[in-house]
Design a protein around this ligand. Structure first.
Ligand SMILES: [Zn+2]
Length: 92
């Protein structure tokens, strides 16, 4: 199911949990490919282009998301994510 901003505190926390632990398909910026960050007013790209003269935030936002995982689902995702990260660290 699709949800639209403004997002509640609970939804912001769960969306950012999803962004942190999703092994596949976190929300990314179509312009610069950075992972988006959830805020009450939507998912936003916090990436900024920096050069000598200027600091230009990407600023992409989207005001919708798919219904984020529940807290219990997130706990499971975190366990899987940590297992994946450990196996990756062990081989590198
Ligand atoms: Zn961006």
């Amino acid at each position: 199911m699709m949800i639209h901003a403004p997002f509640s505190d609970d939804v912001v926390v769960r969306l950012n949990g999803y962004q942190k632990f999703a092994l596949a398909h976190p929300y990314t910026c179509p312009k610069c490919k950075s992972n988006l960050v959830a805020y009450h007013d939507g998912l936003r790209c916090d990436f900024a282009y920096e050069d000598v003269m200027s600091y230009r935030p990407c600023g992409y936002t989207q005001d919708w998301a798919l219904d984020p995982p529940t807290e219990d689902d997130l706990k499971y995702m975190e366990i899987e994510f940590n297992a994946w990260k450990e196996s990756k660290d062990a081989t590198s």
